[in-house]
Design a binder for this molecule. Structure first.
Ligand SMILES: NC(=O)C1=CN([C@@H]2O[C@H](COP(=O)(O)OP(=O)(O)OC[C@H]3O[C@@H](n4cnc5c(N)ncnc54)[C@H](O)[C@@H]3O)[C@@H](O)[C@H]2O)C=CC1
Ligand SMILES: O=C(O)CCC(=O)C(=O)O
Length: 527
């Protein structure tokens, strides 16, 4: 039975789903060295934002197939390391959208009306109304940085509260911003014109310390900043200075560069100018149920050999695409494996040509499947859909994708050409019916054979006697021929012979085959 480690607090509904297919161990708050020690036992790891899945943990995770992040941000997982190791990383892209958006709005309103401080003063026996005169958000300008799922929901609610909306998001179209009712502007203008700025961006190289001393100097002195996205997108030292010196009026933060926030952080000493929460954006009952179900189902599916619907490191393999392409992916893997063996080791170039109806589909998954097949001889079960692309890149394999919808011999076909240590070779394949694979050409010689486990390919001159000679040679070595086919372009010209064999070819027989008069070259393939 598979084993799943849950290392952050997850709603019970998620544990129940996982328990249908696996032994589930819940161990919260493990020190990193303990995680490194026990991770080899596990097939899956389920986390929230508390566990940092570092390269060291991933390198030790020799049985891990999937890391499930019950939430959106995957910046606490070393994705490149997981990808290299062939571990799928999944998240829940929408399960906590509403919770995070509502938290940002809560922060904006409670900061504007000094709710946390007023609450504290009443609870400590005071009745002070003068110190807590707030400001309204009505008719104020809200600048939204990152107009994705959370940013868009914040926009919809803020609009209903009568706020004017500006947005900065270099990856969002004007049309989408118009639909949401936001004016799309550049970051400088947003910074200068906004009364409130709310951040809904991921933490990346580009967004690290995006809000810094220079930015605070350009903001209105009455402006307030909200961050319920990720710590690290704000330079916290510069923010503390800007608040202390009155460069900006207030800030409300749910996330921090280091979590938990350091006990001596200067952010804790800014009184009513700042509202702080301990990363509570996703902490609603509803969101926790949503993300637990979403991610546990994906872990369950992957452990059962099914695809995950929200994998962040498998390109283009969304379930609907996958369902349609599945037979073609099998074809691509088979042809990749075949052409890789014909071209010999050290392949440095692969042309993936999608033909007929295949030319109209998303090519990414087909390319990944071709690479998986190509690398399978070298990497065996270590190569999978997650790491095939990166493994190919690290081996210096240049991949090009081409499309030719005009090829209509079959409904859809795939042509792979590889250059390796044995020269350049090509194979084409198509599907017979829904999923029966046929190899339809080798080195541009037309054939029509199903792939079988053991195969022999020869390049030869099409003259009488060759087939008989090869047949008797194989007979002498006790190799049984299951089927044989010759492909040629002209009679008595160059030809290719494909034999499906019941047995693997014994050592040394290839050298004998090449000696047969008329044989130019011979290759054995094991699929
Ligand atoms: N505080 C909390 O508990 C929670 C925090 N989050 C965080 O909120 C953030 C947003 O989440 P979603 O809206 O679900 O993600 P999303 O992917 O739907 O939206 C992110 C948006 O940021 C934009 N973006 C990326 N780079 C940018 C840049 N350099 N400048 C401006 N915009 C940029 C993208 O185009 C995208 O539209 C994430 O960092 C996520 O981790 C999410 C849920 C809960
Ligand atoms: O798991 C949590 O509570 C944090 C959620 C979060 O930050 C996210 O989903 O990106």
């Amino acid at each position: 039975m598979s084993k799943v480690l849950v290392s952050d607090s997850i709603d019970q509904v998620g544990i129940d789903i996982l328990s249908q297919v696996a032994q589930v161990d819940v161990k919260i708050g493990l020190p990193p060295e303990e995680l490194v020690r026990i991770i080899p036992e596990y097939d899956a790891l389920m986390i929230r934002s508390g566990t940092h899945v570092t390269q060291e943990i991933i390198e030790a995770a020799n049985n891990l197939k999937i890391i499930g992040r019950a939430g959106v941000g995957v910046d606490n997982v070393d994705i490149p390391a997981a990808t290299r190791k062939g571990i799928v990383v999944v998240n829940s892209p929408q399960g906590n959208t509403i919770a995070a958006a509502e938290h940002a709005l809560t922060m904006m309103l409670s900061m504007s009306r000094y709710v946390p401080d007023a609450n504290q003063s009443v609870k400590t026996g005071q009745w002070d109304r003068k110190s807590f005169v707030g400001v309204e958000v009505y008719k104020k300008t809200l600048g939204i940085v990152g107009l994705g799922k959370i940013g868009s929901h914040v926009a919809a609610v803020a609009k209903a509260m009568g706020m004017k909306l500006l947005a900065y998001d270099p990856f969002i179209s004007q049309e989408r911003a118009d639909q949401i009712g936001c004016r799309l502007v550049d970051l400088d203008l947003l910074i200068q014109e906004s009364d409130y700025i709310t951040l809904h961006i991921p933490k990346t190289k580009e967004t690290y310390h995006l809000f810094n001393a220079e930015v605070f100097a350009k903001m209105k002195p009455t402006a307030r900043l909200i961050n319920c996205a990720r710590g690290g997108v704000i330079d916290e030292t510069a923010l503390a200075d800007a608040l202390r010196t009155g460069q900006i009026a207030g800030a409300a933060l749910d996330v921090f560069e280091n979590e938990p926030l350091e006990a001596d952080s200067s952010l804790r000493e800014l009184g009513s100018k700042i509202v702080l929460t301990p990363h509570l954006g996703a902490s609603t009952e509803e969101a926790q149920v949503n993300v637990a179900i979403d991610v546990a189902e994906q872990i369950r599916d992957v452990l059962l050999g099914l695809p995950a619907r929200s994998a962040v490191n498998i390109p283009g393999l969304y379930p609907d695409v996958l369902e349609k392409l599945k037979p073609y992916l099998q074809l691509a893997e088979t042809l990749g494996n075949l052409v890789g063996q014909l071209a010999g080791g050290r392949v440095d170039f692969l042309d993936v040509r999608l033909q007929g109806e295949l030319a109209g589909t998303s090519s990414q998954a087909v390319v990944v499947a071709s690479l998986k097949g190509l690398l399978s001889q070298a990497l065996r079960e270590r190569v999978n859909y997650v790491n095939a692309g990166i493994e190919a890149k690290e081996r210096g394999i240049r991949v090009i994708e081409t499309r030719d919808a005009s090829v209509t011999d079959y409904t859809g076909s795939l042509h792979l050409e590889a250059k390796g240590s044995l020269g350049t070779h090509s194979v084409t394949g198509a599907l017979l019916g829904d999923h029966e694979i046929r190899i339809t050409s080798v080195d541009d010689f037309p054939i029509n054979v199903p792939p079988t486990r053991y195969m022999l390919f020869t390049l030869h001159r099409d003259v009488p006697g060759i087939i008989g000679n090869i047949g008797s040679l194989l007979g002498r070595f006790n190799v049984n021929i299951a089927s044989m086919q010759v492909g040629r372009k002209i009679v008595r010209g160059e030809a290719v012979m494909v034999l499906s064999l019941d047995d693997p070819l014994p050592e040394g027989i290839l050298a004998e085959i090449i000696k047969v008069s008329g044989i130019r070259d011979a290759y054995t393939v094991t699929l």
